[in-house]
Design a protein around this ligand. Structure first.
Ligand SMILES: [Zn+2]
Length: 119
């Protein structure tokens, strides 16, 4: 029996594993919506994770989120689709970003109402 990881979209086994770096797009969106700190948090949240790219169709998926082709000794093929793992890191970094934004907003409101609050 032989198991091969394949692309869940086109079933190709021509895959390339890459380590994700800093996500510039998400960092930019974060800066536009909630300041530089939130931008950095959003951009960094999944750097260092392995991402698999299909060389045939360009589909991107995470380890555990692809498909497995199993060929048994008789040569019968079967394809099992894996459930993508729940991305808790992403949710956590959004919560952190929202807390940062809330704290900054509260500080800004206090400062606007009373510039001498922290003196
Ligand atoms: Zn593919």
């Amino acid at each position: 029996m032989k198991e091969t990881i394949i692309c869940p979209k086109c079933h190709s086994d021509q895959l390339s594993a890459n380590q994700k770096g800093f996500d510039g797009n998400q960092a930019t969106i974060g800066m536009l919506t909630g300041g530089a700190l939130a931008g950095v948090a959003l951009g960094m949240h999944d750097s260092g994770k392995i991402q698999i790219t299909c060389l045939k169709c360009g589909n991107k998926f995470v380890p555990g989120g692809g498909a497995v082709k199993t060929v048994d000794d008789a040569g019968n093929q079967s394809i099992d689709y894996m459930e993508p793992p729940v991305d808790t890191n992403r949710r956590n970094s959004f919560i952190v970003a929202f807390i940062l934004i809330a704290v900054l907003l509260v500080l800004a409101i206090i400062l606007m109402n009373n510039p001498f609050a922290f003196l």
